[in-house]
Design a protein around this ligand. Structure first.
Ligand SMILES: [Ca+2]
Ligand SMILES: [Ca+2]
Length: 218
């Protein structure tokens, strides 16, 4: 989705949603004493206003009446967008990135905390999210070449290649990963830290540009 049009549609939703608390009621029980603090908490922890949160929640409940998103749903959506490739690995990685509490399901809170970073965050915040939620697969604080390879392969799989192409494609992926990795690994010690990642990305015009459309490709 596009950040600009999102903002526009959100603000047009403000008027309609003003004063409607019912949408948030069922997330944490029907009593106002439980949903009001929940709404306040989300408002505090994100860059969205209360009326935007209510608006987003209404949309969320429409798409996911059960209140949570399962990994299968994620995979189905990605399969529709990338019908010629194998999107299941990438869908799995993005799902993991959204599933903040690692419970195997994405709640409204997970969703909105992530969207807040991706749509309204600064470049630094977005990069931190990409580093820690998407690239650092085992969550140990740094990226190895293997982790980068897994991510890049998953992205390449989205498009899909024939069996004959697969070997050449694998070679190309490795070359690509070598190139990116050596750019990120500033001190050449074989791991990429968040500091190195930020330093490399922030001075790369192409990466900075793609960050602006990041939420569209995710
Ligand atoms: Ca790691
Ligand atoms: Ca390093």
């Amino acid at each position: 989705m596009d950040a600009m049009s999102e903002t526009t549609s959100l603000s047009s939703g403000d008027v309609r949603m003003e004063g409607d608390n019912s949408a948030l009621m069922d997330e944490f029980g029907a009593h106002p004493s439980t949903y009001r603090p929940f709404l306040e908490e989300l408002c505090e922890k994100t860059k969205f206003s209360k009326s935007e949160i209510r608006f987003l929640y209404r949309g969320f409940k429409q798409e996911c009446p059960g209140g949570i998103v399962q990994e299968d749903t994620f995979k189905e959506i990605y399969a529709k967008f990338f019908p010629y490739g194998n999107s299941s690995m990438y869908a799995h990685l993005v799902f993991k990135a959204f599933d903040i509490t690692s419970v195997g399901a994405i709640t409204f809170k997970d969703m909105i905390l992530t969207l807040s970073t991706l749509l309204r965050g600064s470049s630094r915040e977005k990069l931190r999210w990409i580093f820690s939620r998407l690239y650092d697969l085992n969550g140990n604080g740094f990226i190895t070449k293997r982790e980068l390879f897994d991510i890049v392969s998953a992205v390449h799989d989205l498009v899909g290649v024939s069996k004959q192409q697969a070997q050449a494609e694998d070679r190309k992926t490795r070359d690509h990963v070598d190139k990116i990795f050596s750019k990120f690994d500033v001190n050449r010690d074989g791991i990429v830290t968040i500091e190195e990642f930020l330093e490399s990305c922030l001075k790369d015009e192409l990466i900075m540009k793609s960050l602006q459309v990041f939420s569209t490709t995710l």
